[in-house]
Design a protein. Structure first.
Length: 172
């Protein structure tokens, strides 16, 4: 999609239809395309936004809390916190875009996490309230243009991290 966009081959009306599917098809969308590009695409797609500020949740490690994908339910965020709590995965963004020193540090962190598996919980549930201007898409509410079978049933909210409060609090 990125290459097609750069060549001006994706009209905005098509972008509006395919963007949720492209986002949902990637396990870590921000690892493959820069955040600024995702924000730009979601802003161009101009999906409906809630009229009021929205309370959102994210299950993540502290260093991954300021990302774009959040959820509207505490239960789903808890599931993500449990999934990522072990630290037993390499950060795909660092591995794709980091310097050789950052990649080496990430591999060392990963090796240490594997040696400590089950001893330390590293992921938590975070919560924030975001103004409508910071909400880029409510994926489960996009309507007939989006195939619901392609979404991940995560009650997913895509936000512009620039609109997150300076201090994000833990929900647990």
């Amino acid at each position: 999609m990125f290459d097609l966009w750069l060549r001006d081959l994706i009209p905005t009306d098509v972008l509006r239809v395919v963007l949720p599917d492209v986002w949902s098809s990637a396990e870590y969308p921000e690892a493959y395309v820069f955040r600024s590009m995702w924000v730009r695409w979601f802003r161009l797609a101009d999906y409906p936004k809630p009229a009021e500020p929205l309370t959102i949740y994210r299950g993540a490690t502290p260093r991954r809390v300021r990302r774009m994908a959040w959820t509207t339910t505490l239960l789903r965020a808890s599931w993500f916190a449990d999934r990522f709590g072990s630290g037993l995965e390499l950060d795909p963004f660092i591995m794709a875009h980091g310097t050789s020193e950052e990649k080496a540090a990430e591999e060392a962190r990963y090796a240490f996490a594997r040696s400590q598996a089950g001893r330390v919980r590293k992921a938590y549930v975070y919560t924030a309230t975001v103004e409508p201007a910071g909400i880029l898409a409510v994926l489960d509410a996009l309507g007939p243009d989006v195939d619901p079978d392609r979404l991940r049933n995560e009650e997913e909210i895509i936000i512009d991290p620039a609109y997150l409060p300076r201090r994000i609090r833990r929900a647990d």
